[in-house]
Design a protein around this ligand. Sequence first.
Ligand code: EPZ
Length: 420
Amino acid sequence: MEKIRIFGDPNLKLRGRIRISGAKNAALPALAASLLTREKMRLRNVPLVTDVFTMLTLLKDLGAEYNIRKNSLSVQVKTINSPEASYKLVRAMRASILVLGPLLARYGKAVVALPGGCAIGSRPTDLHIGGFEKLGATIVLEHGYIRAEAKQLTGTTIAFEKKTVGGTENLAMAAALAKGESILKNCAVEPEVSELCKLLVKMGARIDGIGEETMRIQGVPELGGASHQIIPDRIEAGTFLIAGALASDEIVLTHVRPDNIMTLIDKMRSSGVEIEKINNNTLRVKGCPDLKPQDITTSSFPGFPTDMQAQFTVLMTQADGTSIITETIFDRRFSHINELLRLGASIEVSGDKAIVRGKSPLSGAETTATDLRASASLVLAGLIASGETIINDAYHLDRGYEKIEEKLNALGAHIERFRE
Ligand code: EPZ
């Protein structure tokens, strides 16, 4: 099994420049959108992370051909050979559910295993299914699969009971090829959702209100191919900002979009971290020895991102005082905390809150990754823990971070990967 060993140092001083990769959570819906057309889709700045390869394997099973050269790829689905997304692949990645909408819209049928993915609470699909039924699909849940059929999807009004990134993306893709107009209300407005909609418009979709909570989509008979650049990964950028605040002289992040993580930046600045926007694509962050505690509550964009909650919790272990971390998006997204306790953190979980008491000196220990962002928080803690930290099940990290140990070692960290 893949493991990571971090030789930590409480006085570590990372320095240098780091190029942020393309966003996994923008690349995955863009790949799913290739099912909507028989023409070629060209994507640049694609992060070479496990989830992208899982999605490509799934698309190949459905009938896609693809070609990858460095971080650029072309994918084309001339015909859909099978509408079935197998349990093996869907279990590995929840985002597989994003093929449901495109398959229904283009092929009229989809058979998708109920998703698995990260171990972060229950991950229902009721908002996706409810939306497809409103568009006229008949859906049966049996033997762990979602079986959906629709001769022709028909536009209508869909109001999401709660904000759902994947649900908004899935229904936008389906509505783009439905007959007539759809109005989607209470849409998620994460940058990755807007980017998918911009790609759909490049493919010929007619969408008004991109980036707003209400989108109006006029269905068209067919969509064409397109070429698109994947936006920078705001969660990778946020993760490296925290690394810089914890363990650097100063580091510079390039190829970022600061506007997509302003809430995080504001919170870090309130805690005393010096973050400078050098230009629209570059941030400088300096190490901060005197962190002040901060309370955060995760919420949909533009609020504090749930995908940065575990990483920010590590930062607060080094603040002098008590911080309250409230997780409102997922239930039980605290699986990283037991592992942080093993490294010497002082954190108490009560319901949807984690109460962090700092400043706690951390000491290296053997730990186990449980999900993608939890594993990132263990890397951050390991960097500043005295002694050696081992992270078991390191494959979680590779789902969403491209070459993270190479990037950190280039800044002066000492991380190695090994098998046992
Ligand atoms: C996307 O997941 C991201 N994944 C997640 O990132 C991210 O944490 C999440 O959005 C929230 O921002 C991708 O984009 C591939 P949701 P998604 O539908 O779409 C509930 C990472 O680390 N819900 O917005 O699955 C759900 O249980 C990953 O990169 C329903 O109740 O998230 C959750 O509590 C982790 N019914 C809340 O809504 C549904 O039908 C938000 O989920 C769908 C969701």
